[in-house]
Design a protein. Structure first.
Length: 280
């Protein structure tokens, strides 16, 4: 009798967990995760359509931004706007993806700067897995008008180089303001699919490198930049680390060359993007 081929071992604890609880009909699983993975331009539209259908099955619509600082919105290989042609947002001038002020005014995008885990929100407040006092401080007055929705499940997508994207899942029925049941049952899985869609889109369509590759700073360069980020002058930094002001300038200049920065401020910013220092 021939032996059955050995079943491949799950690659992660997460995969083990989801195989163990083979979900009932309608429950999200990791089985079709590759459907939202974008490897080439031809994958963009099918991946977006899958994400749209995934959300629609839960009574939700997708709004997606790959970069909160970018006025552009995700497009397919032919340059068609996904928000309009796939996710079904109309041509009204007030739609979220045509309003450049949304990134500054919406409490949803503001919250994405302070939170990394999925949450849901309505006019009553933010509802996350764990408390976040930054979210509690966000003004929700006129929520529906500012957020352009009555409620939403929000997936912040924090990526390399400090880039932040977001997938916002809003109810198809705008009279619905309580998404607690959907969030409890499907929030984490919707987040996994949403994040993979955004991160692989950015990797493919992100354009030029935000930072030079191989930008490795020395211990002394990092030390000088950390003090500079705290507002110390070159003279003060030299006194702190027992080096001359000229030596401090030398190290900061070297760091700027490695990071391809044009001035001190940009040097600090790029160093923070790579995690060498913390600003603030």
């Amino acid at each position: 009798m021939s032996r059955l081929a050995a079943r491949p071992r799950p690659s992660s604890v997460i995969e083990v967990e989801f195989r163990r609880v083979r979900s009932p009909v309608g429950e999200l699983t990791l089985a079709e995760l590759d459907a939202v993975r974008i490897s080439g331009e031809s994958d963009i539209r099918p991946a977006a359509e899958f994400l749209r259908d995934l959300a629609a099955a839960k009574g939700l619509r997708v709004a997606c931004a790959h970069d909160l600082t970018d006025k552009r919105t995700p497009v397919d290989a032919a340059g068609n706007v996904l928000a309009r042609d796939v996710f079904g947002w109309g041509g009204d001038e007030e739609v979220w993806w045509r309003n450049s002020r949304i990134a500054l005014q919406s409490p949803i995008t503001m919250a994405c700067r302070f939170e990394t885990e999925p949450f849901w929100v309505n006019a009553e407040g933010f509802h996350a897995h764990a408390a976040n006092h930054y979210l509690d401080a966000i003004d929700l007055v006129d929520f529906a008008a500012r957020a352009l929705t009555s409620a939403a499940i929000v997936v912040p997508v924090h990526m390399a180089f400090g880039q932040i994207g977001v997938v916002c899942l809003t109810p198809q029925d705008q009279s619905r303001t309580d998404l607690s049941d959907i969030f409890a049952a499907h929030g984490d899985m919707l987040a996994i699919y949403s994040r993979l869609f955004v991160t692989t889109y950015v990797k493919l369509m992100g354009g030029a490198r935000a930072l030079p590759s191989g930008a490795l700073l020395s211990k002394r360069e990092v030390e000088c930049l950390r003090w500079a980020a705290l507002g110390k002058t070159d003279l003060e930094i030299g006194m702190i680390i027992s080096r001359s002001r000229a030596t401090v300038r030398f190290h900061i200049h070297n760091a700027s060359l490695k990071l391809n920065a044009v001035n001190r401020c940009q040097t600090l910013f790029k160093a923070s993007q790579l995690g060498y220092i913390t600003l603030g």
